[in-house]
Design a protein around this ligand. Structure first.
Ligand code: ATP
Length: 319
Protein backbone atom coordinates (compact mmCIF):
# COMPACT_ATOMS: atom_id res chain seq x y z
CA UNK A 1 0.00 0.00 0.00
CA UNK A 2 2.84 2.42 0.88
CA UNK A 3 6.07 1.95 -1.02
CA UNK A 4 9.31 3.90 -0.60
CA UNK A 5 11.94 3.41 -3.31
CA UNK A 6 15.50 4.66 -2.77
CA UNK A 7 14.39 7.75 -0.85
CA UNK A 8 17.12 10.18 0.29
CA UNK A 9 17.08 13.53 2.06
CA UNK A 10 19.97 15.81 2.94
CA UNK A 11 19.93 18.82 5.27
CA UNK A 12 23.12 20.72 4.45
CA UNK A 13 25.87 18.15 4.92
CA UNK A 14 23.67 15.79 6.98
CA UNK A 15 22.32 12.83 5.06
CA UNK A 16 19.18 12.39 7.18
CA UNK A 17 17.75 9.58 5.03
CA UNK A 18 20.02 7.51 2.83
CA UNK A 19 18.46 5.38 0.06
CA UNK A 20 15.56 4.11 2.16
CA UNK A 21 13.31 1.51 0.54
CA UNK A 22 10.45 -0.37 2.16
CA UNK A 23 6.82 -1.41 1.76
CA UNK A 24 4.07 -1.08 4.31
CA UNK A 25 1.26 -3.54 3.74
CA UNK A 26 -2.40 -2.69 4.16
CA UNK A 27 -3.48 -2.72 7.84
CA UNK A 28 0.09 -3.32 8.94
CA UNK A 29 1.79 -1.47 11.79
CA UNK A 30 5.37 -0.72 10.72
CA UNK A 31 7.54 0.89 13.39
CA UNK A 32 10.56 3.03 12.54
CA UNK A 33 13.01 2.42 15.37
CA UNK A 34 16.42 3.89 16.12
CA UNK A 35 18.36 6.31 18.28
CA UNK A 36 17.87 10.09 18.19
CA UNK A 37 18.85 11.67 14.88
CA UNK A 38 18.85 8.45 12.80
CA UNK A 39 16.25 9.81 10.36
CA UNK A 40 12.95 8.36 11.63
CA UNK A 41 10.95 11.60 11.74
CA UNK A 42 12.31 12.74 8.38
CA UNK A 43 11.25 9.42 6.82
CA UNK A 44 7.79 9.73 8.38
CA UNK A 45 7.29 13.32 7.20
CA UNK A 46 8.34 12.39 3.67
CA UNK A 47 5.30 10.08 3.52
CA UNK A 48 2.85 12.98 3.96
CA UNK A 49 5.06 15.51 2.16
CA UNK A 50 5.78 17.67 5.19
CA UNK A 51 9.33 17.11 3.94
CA UNK A 52 10.17 16.72 0.25
CA UNK A 53 12.83 14.08 -0.56
CA UNK A 54 15.84 14.91 -2.74
CA UNK A 55 15.68 11.54 -4.45
CA UNK A 56 13.43 8.52 -4.73
CA UNK A 57 9.77 7.68 -5.12
CA UNK A 58 6.91 7.24 -2.68
CA UNK A 59 3.96 5.31 -4.04
CA UNK A 60 0.68 5.10 -2.12
CA UNK A 61 -1.99 2.82 -3.56
CA UNK A 62 -0.22 2.81 -6.90
CA UNK A 63 0.07 6.62 -7.14
CA UNK A 64 3.29 8.60 -6.94
CA UNK A 65 2.61 11.08 -4.11
CA UNK A 66 5.03 13.66 -5.50
CA UNK A 67 2.62 14.11 -8.41
CA UNK A 68 -0.31 14.71 -6.02
CA UNK A 69 -1.56 17.86 -4.35
CA UNK A 70 -0.18 17.71 -0.75
CA UNK A 71 -3.49 18.85 0.81
CA UNK A 72 -5.46 16.14 -1.01
CA UNK A 73 -2.83 13.60 -0.02
CA UNK A 74 -3.01 14.57 3.67
CA UNK A 75 -6.76 14.02 3.81
CA UNK A 76 -6.04 10.31 3.44
CA UNK A 77 -3.29 10.37 6.05
CA UNK A 78 -3.85 11.03 9.75
CA UNK A 79 -0.84 12.46 11.57
CA UNK A 80 -0.04 12.32 15.27
CA UNK A 81 2.77 14.79 15.89
CA UNK A 82 5.74 14.49 18.22
CA UNK A 83 4.93 16.26 21.55
CA UNK A 84 1.20 16.09 20.69
CA UNK A 85 1.18 19.48 18.93
CA UNK A 86 -2.35 20.59 19.89
CA UNK A 87 -3.29 24.22 19.20
CA UNK A 88 -3.07 25.85 22.67
CA UNK A 89 -5.76 28.49 22.03
CA UNK A 90 -8.30 26.04 20.61
CA UNK A 91 -10.57 24.01 22.89
CA UNK A 92 -10.32 20.22 22.73
CA UNK A 93 -13.41 20.17 20.52
CA UNK A 94 -11.96 22.78 18.16
CA UNK A 95 -8.67 20.87 18.01
CA UNK A 96 -10.39 17.64 17.01
CA UNK A 97 -12.66 19.47 14.55
CA UNK A 98 -9.83 20.98 12.46
CA UNK A 99 -10.02 18.45 9.63
CA UNK A 100 -13.84 18.14 9.58
CA UNK A 101 -14.01 21.95 9.28
CA UNK A 102 -11.54 21.89 6.38
CA UNK A 103 -13.68 19.20 4.77
CA UNK A 104 -16.78 21.36 5.45
CA UNK A 105 -18.64 18.66 7.35
CA UNK A 106 -22.03 19.60 8.81
CA UNK A 107 -21.75 20.46 12.50
CA UNK A 108 -24.03 17.58 13.50
CA UNK A 109 -21.79 15.05 11.73
CA UNK A 110 -18.65 16.54 13.30
CA UNK A 111 -20.07 16.50 16.83
CA UNK A 112 -21.41 12.96 16.39
CA UNK A 113 -18.01 11.70 15.29
CA UNK A 114 -16.16 13.60 18.05
CA UNK A 115 -18.46 12.14 20.72
CA UNK A 116 -17.98 8.66 19.27
CA UNK A 117 -14.20 9.02 19.34
CA UNK A 118 -13.81 10.51 22.79
CA UNK A 119 -15.88 7.64 24.16
CA UNK A 120 -13.66 5.08 22.42
CA UNK A 121 -10.56 6.87 23.68
CA UNK A 122 -11.90 7.09 27.24
CA UNK A 123 -11.92 10.89 27.40
CA UNK A 124 -14.59 12.55 29.57
CA UNK A 125 -17.25 14.46 27.61
CA UNK A 126 -16.70 17.59 29.73
CA UNK A 127 -13.16 17.91 28.38
CA UNK A 128 -14.45 19.15 25.03
CA UNK A 129 -14.76 22.75 26.24
CA UNK A 130 -11.38 22.74 27.99
CA UNK A 131 -8.06 23.93 26.58
CA UNK A 132 -5.13 21.49 26.09
CA UNK A 133 -3.15 22.80 29.10
CA UNK A 134 -6.10 21.89 31.35
CA UNK A 135 -5.70 18.20 30.49
CA UNK A 136 -3.19 15.63 31.73
CA UNK A 137 -0.39 14.51 29.38
CA UNK A 138 -2.18 11.21 28.75
CA UNK A 139 -5.43 13.00 27.93
CA UNK A 140 -3.66 15.38 25.55
CA UNK A 141 -2.15 12.39 23.80
CA UNK A 142 -5.62 10.89 23.36
CA UNK A 143 -6.91 14.19 21.93
CA UNK A 144 -4.00 14.16 19.45
CA UNK A 145 -5.03 10.67 18.41
CA UNK A 146 -8.71 11.68 18.13
CA UNK A 147 -7.71 14.60 15.90
CA UNK A 148 -5.77 12.26 13.61
CA UNK A 149 -8.58 9.69 13.47
CA UNK A 150 -11.61 11.97 13.14
CA UNK A 151 -11.99 11.79 9.35
CA UNK A 152 -11.22 8.08 9.38
CA UNK A 153 -8.13 8.17 7.13
CA UNK A 154 -6.92 4.76 5.92
CA UNK A 155 -3.31 5.64 6.82
CA UNK A 156 -1.99 6.90 10.15
CA UNK A 157 1.48 8.33 10.78
CA UNK A 158 2.47 8.58 14.44
CA UNK A 159 5.62 10.28 15.68
CA UNK A 160 6.51 9.12 19.22
CA UNK A 161 2.80 9.09 20.14
CA UNK A 162 3.48 7.99 23.71
CA UNK A 163 6.76 9.87 24.08
CA UNK A 164 5.67 12.42 26.65
CA UNK A 165 4.11 9.94 29.08
CA UNK A 166 5.37 8.41 32.30
CA UNK A 167 6.05 4.65 32.14
CA UNK A 168 2.85 3.52 33.83
CA UNK A 169 0.53 5.68 31.71
CA UNK A 170 2.55 4.73 28.66
CA UNK A 171 2.08 0.99 29.26
CA UNK A 172 -1.66 1.33 29.79
CA UNK A 173 -2.17 3.54 26.70
CA UNK A 174 -0.09 1.10 24.63
CA UNK A 175 -2.40 -1.70 25.71
CA UNK A 176 -5.52 0.30 24.80
CA UNK A 177 -3.92 1.24 21.51
CA UNK A 178 -3.52 -2.43 20.62
CA UNK A 179 -7.16 -3.16 21.35
CA UNK A 180 -8.69 -0.15 19.57
CA UNK A 181 -10.84 -1.25 16.62
CA UNK A 182 -10.34 2.04 14.80
CA UNK A 183 -6.61 1.35 14.68
CA UNK A 184 -6.85 -2.30 13.63
CA UNK A 185 -8.38 -1.15 10.34
CA UNK A 186 -5.53 1.25 9.54
CA UNK A 187 -2.15 1.11 7.91
CA UNK A 188 0.17 2.62 10.50
CA UNK A 189 3.72 3.91 10.34
CA UNK A 190 4.93 4.83 13.81
CA UNK A 191 8.19 6.30 15.09
CA UNK A 192 9.74 5.36 18.40
CA UNK A 193 13.17 5.16 19.99
CA UNK A 194 11.84 2.72 22.62
CA UNK A 195 12.76 -0.87 21.74
CA UNK A 196 10.23 -2.43 24.14
CA UNK A 197 7.45 -0.29 22.70
CA UNK A 198 8.41 -1.32 19.16
CA UNK A 199 8.39 -4.99 20.15
CA UNK A 200 5.02 -4.61 21.88
CA UNK A 201 3.21 -2.87 19.03
CA UNK A 202 4.87 -3.61 15.68
CA UNK A 203 3.93 -6.12 13.05
CA UNK A 204 7.32 -5.31 11.53
CA UNK A 205 10.15 -3.07 12.65
CA UNK A 206 12.39 -0.94 10.43
CA UNK A 207 15.60 -0.35 12.40
CA UNK A 208 17.57 2.70 11.22
CA UNK A 209 21.03 4.08 11.91
CA UNK A 210 22.52 7.30 10.49
CA UNK A 211 19.82 7.55 7.83
CA UNK A 212 20.23 3.97 6.64
CA UNK A 213 17.90 1.03 7.14
CA UNK A 214 19.75 -1.67 9.04
CA UNK A 215 16.98 -4.29 8.93
CA UNK A 216 13.26 -4.63 8.31
CA UNK A 217 11.49 -7.61 9.78
CA UNK A 218 9.20 -8.96 12.46
CA UNK A 219 10.36 -8.52 16.06
CA UNK A 220 11.25 -12.24 16.00
CA UNK A 221 13.35 -11.77 12.82
CA UNK A 222 15.36 -8.96 14.39
CA UNK A 223 15.94 -10.88 17.60
CA UNK A 224 16.74 -14.31 16.17
CA UNK A 225 17.96 -13.47 12.65
CA UNK A 226 19.77 -10.11 12.98
CA UNK A 227 20.96 -8.90 9.59
CA UNK A 228 24.25 -7.58 10.98
CA UNK A 229 26.19 -6.80 14.13
CA UNK A 230 24.52 -3.40 14.57
CA UNK A 231 21.08 -5.02 14.91
CA UNK A 232 22.37 -7.65 17.33
CA UNK A 233 24.12 -5.05 19.51
CA UNK A 234 21.13 -2.71 19.43
CA UNK A 235 18.95 -5.41 21.00
CA UNK A 236 21.50 -7.13 23.24
CA UNK A 237 20.96 -4.88 26.27
CA UNK A 238 17.32 -5.92 26.59
CA UNK A 239 17.48 -9.36 24.99
CA UNK A 240 15.78 -11.34 27.77
CA UNK A 241 12.86 -8.91 28.15
CA UNK A 242 12.45 -8.83 24.36
CA UNK A 243 12.34 -12.63 24.27
CA UNK A 244 9.46 -12.55 26.75
CA UNK A 245 7.72 -10.19 24.31
CA UNK A 246 8.27 -12.24 21.13
CA UNK A 247 7.71 -15.74 22.51
CA UNK A 248 3.99 -16.46 22.56
CA UNK A 249 1.92 -18.98 24.46
CA UNK A 250 1.57 -20.82 21.12
CA UNK A 251 5.35 -21.24 21.03
CA UNK A 252 5.43 -22.91 24.46
CA UNK A 253 2.11 -24.73 23.99
CA UNK A 254 3.55 -28.25 24.08
CA UNK A 255 5.18 -27.65 27.45
CA UNK A 256 1.97 -26.50 29.15
CA UNK A 257 -0.45 -28.81 30.96
CA UNK A 258 -3.81 -29.53 29.27
CA UNK A 259 -6.79 -28.40 31.28
CA UNK A 260 -10.41 -29.49 31.26
CA UNK A 261 -11.72 -27.05 33.85
CA UNK A 262 -11.47 -23.75 32.06
CA UNK A 263 -12.99 -20.89 33.98
CA UNK A 264 -14.90 -18.24 32.07
CA UNK A 265 -11.76 -16.21 31.37
CA UNK A 266 -9.95 -18.04 28.59
CA UNK A 267 -7.23 -16.02 26.90
CA UNK A 268 -5.97 -16.44 23.33
CA UNK A 269 -2.77 -18.43 23.02
CA UNK A 270 -1.45 -15.72 20.67
CA UNK A 271 -0.62 -13.67 23.76
CA UNK A 272 3.08 -13.14 24.49
CA UNK A 273 4.58 -14.78 27.58
CA UNK A 274 5.29 -11.23 28.79
CA UNK A 275 1.63 -10.23 28.63
CA UNK A 276 0.49 -13.52 30.16
CA UNK A 277 2.78 -12.85 33.12
CA UNK A 278 1.43 -9.29 33.35
CA UNK A 279 -2.10 -10.71 33.55
CA UNK A 280 -1.06 -13.08 36.32
CA UNK A 281 0.64 -10.26 38.19
CA UNK A 282 -2.34 -7.92 37.96
CA UNK A 283 -5.14 -10.50 38.30
CA UNK A 284 -6.63 -12.24 41.30
CA UNK A 285 -5.99 -15.80 40.07
CA UNK A 286 -2.84 -17.83 40.48
CA UNK A 287 -3.30 -19.58 37.17
CA UNK A 288 -4.73 -18.55 33.84
CA UNK A 289 -6.32 -20.50 31.01
CA UNK A 290 -5.41 -20.25 27.35
CA UNK A 291 -7.14 -21.61 24.27
CA UNK A 292 -5.66 -22.06 20.81
CA UNK A 293 -7.29 -22.07 17.37
CA UNK A 294 -8.15 -25.77 17.80
CA UNK A 295 -10.10 -24.89 20.97
CA UNK A 296 -7.68 -26.84 23.12
CA UNK A 297 -7.38 -25.38 26.60
CA UNK A 298 -4.27 -25.27 28.75
CA UNK A 299 -3.53 -23.62 32.06
CA UNK A 300 -0.40 -22.23 33.67
CA UNK A 301 0.76 -20.45 36.77
CA UNK A 302 3.81 -18.19 37.01
CA UNK A 303 6.29 -21.03 37.63
CA UNK A 304 4.91 -23.19 34.82
CA UNK A 305 5.16 -20.26 32.39
CA UNK A 306 8.77 -19.64 33.42
CA UNK A 307 9.74 -23.30 33.03
CA UNK A 308 8.05 -23.58 29.61
CA UNK A 309 9.65 -20.31 28.48
CA UNK A 310 13.14 -21.53 29.47
CA UNK A 311 12.60 -24.88 27.74
CA UNK A 312 11.62 -23.06 24.54
CA UNK A 313 14.61 -20.73 24.79
CA UNK A 314 16.98 -23.67 25.27
CA UNK A 315 15.55 -25.40 22.23
CA UNK A 316 15.97 -22.30 20.01
CA UNK A 317 19.51 -21.67 21.28
CA UNK A 318 20.67 -25.27 20.87
CA UNK A 319 18.71 -26.41 17.88
N1 ATP B 1 15.00 20.83 9.26
C1 ATP B 1 16.22 20.36 9.48
N2 ATP B 1 17.31 21.09 9.25
C2 ATP B 1 18.56 20.62 9.44
N3 ATP B 1 18.81 19.37 9.89
C3 ATP B 1 17.75 18.57 10.15
C4 ATP B 1 16.41 19.01 9.96
N4 ATP B 1 15.58 18.01 10.30
C5 ATP B 1 16.36 16.98 10.67
N5 ATP B 1 17.66 17.31 10.58
C6 ATP B 1 18.81 16.42 10.90
O1 ATP B 1 18.62 15.21 10.20
C7 ATP B 1 18.97 14.10 11.02
C8 ATP B 1 17.76 13.18 11.17
O2 ATP B 1 16.76 13.84 11.93
P1 ATP B 1 15.36 13.17 12.32
O3 ATP B 1 14.57 14.19 13.06
O4 ATP B 1 14.75 12.56 11.13
O5 ATP B 1 15.85 12.03 13.31
P2 ATP B 1 15.00 11.15 14.33
O6 ATP B 1 15.54 9.78 14.22
O7 ATP B 1 13.56 11.32 14.13
O8 ATP B 1 15.44 11.77 15.72
P3 ATP B 1 14.55 12.16 17.01
O9 ATP B 1 14.09 10.87 17.60
O10 ATP B 1 15.54 12.88 17.89
O11 ATP B 1 13.43 13.03 16.54
C9 ATP B 1 19.49 14.67 12.32
O12 ATP B 1 20.88 14.78 12.24
C10 ATP B 1 18.86 16.07 12.37
O13 ATP B 1 19.67 16.94 13.08
Amino acid sequence: MIELKNVSKKFGETLAVNQASFNVNEKENLILLGTSGCGKTTTLKIINRLIEPDEGEIIINGKNILAQNPETLRREIGYVMQNVGLFPHYTVEENIAVVPNLLKWERKKTIGRILELIKKLHLPENCLKLFPHQLSGGQQQRVGLARALVANPPILLMDEPFGALDNVTRASIQLEFKKLDELKRKTIVMVTHDVMEAFELADRICLMDKGKIMQIGTPKDLLYKPANNFVKKFLDGQRLALEFKVISINDIWNSLAPSSKANNQVISSELSVWNAMEQLRSGANEEIFFSNTKNEVKSADFTQLTVAFNLYKDSTEHG
